[in-house]
Design a protein around this ligand. Structure first.
Ligand code: ATP
Ligand code: MG
Length: 764
């Protein structure tokens, strides 16, 4: 994997490997270097050798101990020494390794000499010049790479190009680009590899954050490129281990030759990799990713090729922000387009679910997510892949109890709400927009478990190959470890998604406020015209009564006085006048009664419903006895605050209807109530704590008439059928219920019976 993996200095074999403990390893002072060069630590002021790697005899022909205490000028040619002094004078070498010269040292080499100053010491690194020839058209090559980068529009396209270009420039067999997640776990997002070695892809491989411990990441920020030409290299110790001037082990934070950990090389060897090059990509001074190059034989690339790769990585670091912004702005644009669509639908539709779920675009399209749900007025609407409704209802109840009204997101729901473990396939994470805690109105977006969406190109069915160094450090183990850490997690919700949800809430409130204002003015208008209508109905019915009584009386006089003069058909006509005026009288009485209901003030007081029902039954006693109906009250009714006369009106009408519209020999009526949360509690009553009902086993009401029956003078039968009536009873019931702030409706099965439900919210 990347060089930083397990970069924690040599460990004896018997030390238990626990990657999560790596964070404390002092990897900047490993006490050893990679053997493809020589490191000399000199006093920064006098340039005397204070420490050296123990391979100087091989490279420079002088045993290490013999080098200690020698001045640098004894080792370099006058020309190279001059170049070095110039650099010390003119360049900024503090914590900044720079190329000094290429030439012989102690008559051996040639070497590339790279130097930097750290903690009062001058670190000179000598790297043997590789035999491979430098690309002659190097500048051209880089220019072409950079030009190609500019054409890429998305981060992924861009990263793919980067891996291709780095491979072209460096010649490694495989080049991968890892991207760090928020939790520092990694993900291979692009890969380029040679076709002719039958390599299996590592694309989409994930590994846990512990694979690259925090101090290794910190080092990568400072020292952005590391090369390991031979994973089987012999380590060279720094002699002496403690610097005689500083009294400290040598700090190799910026040293190019700094030794790697044994675990890292073990990891490489297990993959069959013999050489590697790792380059850091940074964004806003933070490690964004790594370019990791692998080679399946030993490989040392020349200094200038390496510098070219480093240059490419710098270009990548500079451009990545741009590409990411581009990706993000694409997503942002989509979100805002869907947002506008949703707001348009919200303005058009009264029902939330109609607007957000059934219209195009819908909630699901707003974000990259698996499913969404709207809870509104007790009804649940689902779209996409979601857990079942009962599970979601329980989740919403939990949200009601445990969360505030702020937008809330989690990418690991089971850790907060263990019951979510059962549906983590569809909702390991949720983004929640609470609309009304009191009514349980919520909008939820859901994301599936990350593992469900993850794919690793490495063939999981292939038998596990144990590397030469055992099986403990392999990509597959890393992948498995990462899988363990992300179980029950979904892809993280982005800040821009949270922002979008807040914006949606504001837009929804705007729409609702707008609608509320429109409604308020319509209501005002309506109540004004209602009041007018009421007084008109009152005046009209009151004033009509007199002339009607006159017609009735005179028609009766005619019948008596002219009895002998009338032909039989004339008599029938006058009798019809009498009958019709009687009926008209009844209609006017109902109208008058109805209009009185709307006019007077309500007089709320505590009313025991048991008494109210009892009184109502008493006043319809005759019908009760005639029909032989059985009226049951399954449990004691509560005391409510309501207008006593109004309540009486409700029960008399509902009970007498229940008896009238009943053709069964055994007529049954039930009066009762349900509390919210109890089984059978109607969803339409969701806004109320209690819902009352009068249920019969009568003739039933067809679905198309269930609203109609509340219209004044609307009867579903002939005038004389089912005991007759004016068709005003239910209109009166509705009026009284509404004046109490409640609602009345019915539910029915034709031929089997009807249940009238009502609530009395405002009065309670
Ligand atoms: P009144 O003004 O005397 O009450 P009504 O009973 O005809 O006359 P409503 O009580 O308003 O008027 O009822 C309207 C119509 O609804 C009835 O004519 C009947 O057709 C139907 N209806 C009412 N209650 C029931 C019921 N429990 N079962 C079946 N049909 C019913
Ligand atoms: Mg009636």
């Amino acid at each position: 994997m990347a060089e930083a993996h397990f970069d924690r200095g040599d460990l004896p074999h018997d030390v238990k490997i626990d990657l999560t403990n790596c964070d404390r390893e002092p990897i900047h002072i490993p006490g050893q270097i990679r053997a493809h060069g020589v490191l000399l630590a000199l006093g920064a002021s006098d340039l005397t050798v204070l420490q050296a790697s123990d391979n100087t005899e091989t490279y420079l022909g002088i045993p290490t101990l013999a080098l200690l205490g020698r001045p640098l000028e004894a080792l370099l040619s006058a020309e190279n020494l001059a170049a070095l002094h110039r650099s010390i004078r003119e360049d900024h070498l503090e914590n900044n390794p720079l190329y000094l010269f290429t030439g012989l040292v102690c008559g051996h080499g040639p070497f590339h000499a790279i130097g930097h100053v750290r903690a009062g010491l001058f670190l000179l690194e000598l790297e043997r010049v590789a035999s491979e020839l430098t690309q002659p058209d190097f500048y051209d090559m880089l220019k072409r790479s950079v030009a190609r980068f500019q054409r890429a529009t998305s981060v992924i396209d861009f990263c793919e190009l980067v891996t291709e270009e780095v491979r072209r420039v460096s010649g490694y067999d495989r080049v991968m680009l890892y991207r760090f997640g928020r939790d520092w776990s990694g993900h291979v997002i692009a890969e380029s590899m040679t076709k002719d070695k039958g390599l299996s892809p590592y694309l989409d491989l994930h590994y846990p954050a512990s694979d690259i411990p925090s101090q290794a990441r910190a080092l990568f920020l400072l020292n952005t490129i590391r090369m390991l030409p031979d994973a089987r290299y012999v380590r060279s110790q720094i002699i002496p281990e403690i610097n005689p001037r500083t009294g400290q082990p040598l700090d190799m934070t910026f040293a190019f030759l700094r030794g790697t950990s044994q675990m890292y090389t073990e990891y490489l060897l297990n993959m069959g990799v013999n050489a590697s090059l790792t380059i850091a990509i940074t964004k806003d001074d933070r490690l964004w990713g790594l370019i990791a190059c692998h080679h399946y034989s030993t490989r040392q690339i020349p200094y200038d090729v390496r510098t070219a790769c480093e240059f490419l990585a710098r270009v990548v670091s500079m451009q990545i922000a741009d590409k990411q912004l581009h990706d993000e702005s694409g997503y942002r644009a989509r979100i805002s387009e869907v947002h506008e669509g949703l707001v348009r639908s919200l303005a058009k539709h009264d029902d939330l679910a109609d607007a957000l779920v059934d219209c195009k675009p819908n909630l699901l399209e707003l974000f990259d997510c698996g499913g969404a749900a709207v809870f509104s007025r007790g009804i649940c609407h689902l779209v996409g892949k979601t857990p079942g409704e009962p599970a979601l209802r329980a989740l919403v109840e939990w949200l009601r109890q445990n969360r505030g009204i702020d937008v809330f997101a989690t990418d690991c729901l089971p850790s907060l709400y263990p019951a979510a473990d059962k549906f983590k396939d569809t909702a390991s994470g949720i983004l929640v927009l609470p609309l009304s805690k009191a009514h349980g109105d919520y909008i939820l977006w859901m994301r599936p478990e990350l593992l469900q969406t993850v794919r690793w190109a490495g063939d999981p069915s292939k038998p596990m190959e144990v590397g030469p160094m055992g099986d403990r450090l392999t990509p597959r183990k890393s992948f498995a470890l990462w899988q363990d850490t992300v179980r029950g997690h979904c892809a993280a919700w982005l800040d821009l998604e949270m922002e979008a949800v807040r914006k949606l809430r504001v837009s929804m409130m705007d729409v609702l406020q707008h609608r509320g204002e429109a409604l308020a003015s319509v209501n005002l208008e309506l109540s004004r015209s209602n009041a007018e209508l009421d007084s008109f109905a009152y005046v009209a019915s009151h004033d009509l009564k007199e002339p009607l009584r006159g017609i009735y009386n005179y028609a009766n006089f005619l019948l008596v006085d002219c009895e002998e003069k009338f032909e039989p058909e004339d008599r029938e006509k006058v009798e019809t006048i009498v009958r019709l005026t009687k009926r008209m009288q009844a209609l006017i009485d109902s109208l008058l009664h109805f209009s009185r209901l709307g006019r007077g003030p309500l007089d709320p007081e505590p009313v025991d419903l048991n008494v109210a029902v009892h009184d109502a039954l008493e006043s319809i006693d005759t019908r009760l006895r005639e029909t032989g109906a059985q009226v049951s009250i399954p449990r004691l009714l509560p005391v409510v605050r309501a207008d006593r006369v109004g309540l009486q009106e409700i029960f008399i009408n509902l009970l007498s209807n229940a008896l009238k519209y009943n053709d069964k020999a055994n007529k049954l009526v039930e009066v009762g109530y349900l509390l919210r949360g109890e089984p059978g509690f109607p969803s339409r009553a969701q806004n109320s704590a209690r819902c009352f009902y009068v249920k019969d086993n009568g003739i039933g009401i067809g679905p198309e008439y269930r609203e109609e029956v509340f219209r004044i003078f609307r009867r579903l039968h002939q005038k004389s059928e089912y005991g007759g009536g004016t068709g005003a009873g239910l209109t009166i019931v509705r009026k009284v219920v509404q004046r109490h702030g409640g609602e009345v409706w019915c539910d029915s099965r034709e031929g089997e019976g009807t249940t009238f439900y009502f609530t009395l919210e405002a009065s309670e």
